[in-house]
Design a protein around this ligand. Structure first.
Ligand code: TYD
Length: 200
């Protein structure tokens, strides 16, 4: 089973993934977690390029690098595990590209991004996507103190567009929309409820 987490920076994804990891461990359920971009040696090198190296990256270069990192992760780690029936948790997947590069940056037409996503994921789709929905202003408050990476420096107008993108995506059946302003425990409880449906 493939589970992805999505949302703008500061939505609380990492906290929820930590709580889910603890839940799986407590219940002796085996799982793996990967973050995007990253998760393989090549993908982590690409991550470094994307988040730290330069401030004047061409938007199409950025789009292709996120996709390149993803393709490597999918073929090296995700596909083989899904094939074996394992649970894989993803801290971001191709919806991030649609929301950030498509809606946020306008790096390419949405139809082009869709085709690129199919290519980079080798047609792999999550069974369920947890979307932690938050107002960009509220999210900015949460990330204010942390040191910002290249993407996070993009500002509030950018994140408003990214959120609009996620809101459109959230109409998909696989989406579970969660109010990110609720307490971490409440959100975690909803996640477990939804997963118990999936896990049977
Ligand atoms: P990260 O530090 O992992 O942030 P977060 O904890 O919010 O996931 O950095 C990932 C950044 O890259 C984040 O700002 C979202 C962005 N991103 C894209 O713009 N496109 C993508 O396809 C992916 C996977 C991430």
């Amino acid at each position: 089973m493939l589970i992805s987490f999505e949302g703008i920076d500061g939505c609380g994804k990492s906290t929820q993934i930590e709580l889910l990891k603890a839940y799986f461990k407590k219940n002796n359920i085996s799982f793996s977690v990967f973050r995007e971009p990253g998760g393989t040696e090549i993908s982590e090198k690409i991550r470094n390029l994307l988040l730290h190296e330069t401030d004047d990256m061409d938007p199409v270069t950025e789009l292709l690098l996120f996709s390149a990192a993803r393709s490597q992760l999918v073929t090296e780690e995700i596909k083989p595990r899904i094939k074996k029936g394992e649970i894989v948790v993803l801290d971001r997947f191709f919806d991030s590209t649609t929301a950030y590069q498509g809606y946020g940056r306008g790096s390419a037409e949405l139809t082009q991004i869709e085709i690129l996503n199919q290519l980079a994921t080798h047609q792999t789709e999550p069974d369920v996507t947890f979307y932690l929905r938050i107002d960009p202003k509220e999210a900015a408050k949460r990330t204010k103190t942390a040191e910002k990476d290249r993407m996070e420096k993009a500002g509030e107008r950018f994140f408003k567009k990214v959120r609009e993108g996620y809101d459109k995506l959230s109409r998909l059946d696989r989406y579970e929309v969660l109010d990110a302003t609720e307490s971490p425990d409440e959100i975690h409880h909803k996640i477990i409820q939804r997963l118990s449906k999936e896990l049977g």
